[in-house]
Ligand binder design. Structure first.
Ligand code: C5P
Length: 222
């Protein structure tokens, strides 16, 4: 059978990237981390010193924007206008800016078509905020992955510390909650559970357990 289109949406720190990567690997599918694409756009916007309030400048920037994902030895790398920005996208500052950048219509339009194009053939696990609602409303399988704010904040905190950033747990939990609120309240493609999504709460589940649970749903589809 043709490969399925699998959507995983949910708030930040729910474990989407790790789980999407492992699930894709088990199925022999391609993983598409759409958050990484928005982050890459934000890195370029920051470098260009673009004023987000300047609609014309944003539109011009988006007309030339090209974001690509490439998997290299199991590691996903993201390129924005030909530049590899993978190592710059995961900072606190970029997370915050991405949430603002991703609320802009021209940015979403530019990345939406790229995401649809990449997923069109099937055999993909796409993860983000609006995959099941906007990017692939007809996805074969949709998951909404969540966890408590404390658990999600702790995961992000551990990631940031491992990467050498200085922050506190309290600050990270607050930033995660603020970003989810911003992502949920925006007008275009807000973070929302699709009506036909399967809820998975990863607060008390290990990564392998979540992946196995999702894989069981996938196998039912074959
Ligand atoms: O998933 P990740 O934390 O990397 O996403 C970073 C940001 O990108 C989110 O906070 C959100 O603002 C934006 N995003 C989005 N739509 C998606 C994926 C990510 O708006 N499909």
């Amino acid at each position: 059978p043709r490969g399925l289109v699998i959507a995983i949406d949910g708030p930040s720190g729910a474990g989407k990237s790790t789980i999407a990567r492992l699930l894709a690997k088990r199925l022999g599918y391609l993983q598409i981390d759409t958050g990484a694409m928005y982050r890459a756009a934000a890195v370029l916007i920051k470098r260009a010193g673009l004023d987000l309030a300047d609609g014309d400048a944003v539109a011009r920037f988006c007309a030339d924007l090209c974001v690509r994902l490439e998997t290299d030895g199991g590691v996903q790398r993201v390129f924005a206008n030909g530049q590899d920005v993978t190592d710059q996208i995961r900072t606190h500052e970029v997370s915050h800016l991405t949430s603002r950048v991703s609320a802009l219509r021209p940015v979403r339009d530019a990345l939406l078509s790229a995401q649809r194009e990449m997923g069109r053939q099937g055999g993909v696990v796409l993860e983000g905020r609006d995959i099941g609602t906007v990017v692939f409303p007809d996805a074969d399988l949709k998951f909404f992955l969540s966890a408590t704010p404390e658990v999600r904040g702790k995961r992000r905190y551990d990631e940031l510390i491992a990467r050498g950033e200085t922050t506190t747990l309290q600050e990270t939990v607050a930033a995660v909650v603020q970003r989810d609120e911003q992502d949920s309240r925006r007008d275009i493609a807000p973070l929302r559970r699709a009506e036909d999504a399967i809820d998975v709460d990863s607060s008390d589940m290990g990564i392998d357990e979540v992946v196995a649970c999702m894989e069981a749903f996938v196998r039912q589809k074959y």
